[in-house]
Write a protein that binds this ligand. Structure first.
Ligand SMILES: [Zn+2]
Length: 66
């Protein structure tokens, strides 16, 4: 049927953070920064809270009611 492989084409891009060459599974948007995996993870971890600790603990509003 359809070739699924075509869909998984990787595009070369340059990380906007560290300048490393990386590949992204989508077409890099010139108007948006592209990050390599390392920087992407860092961004994800950092953008939530500057001083968070674990991070996945404060999911629910109540913590007494487990
Ligand atoms: Zn990077």
């Amino acid at each position: 049927m359809m070739k699924n492989n075509e869909d998984r084409k990787m595009h070369k891009a340059t990380c906007s953070e560290c300048g490393a060459e990386t590949e992204v599974p989508f077409e890099p948007d010139p108007s948006r920064p592209v990050f390599c995996r390392d920087c992407f993870m860092k961004k994800r971890n950092n953008s939530r809270r500057p001083s968070g600790g674990g991070g996945f603990r404060d999911r629910g509003p109540r913590r007494d009611d487990y």
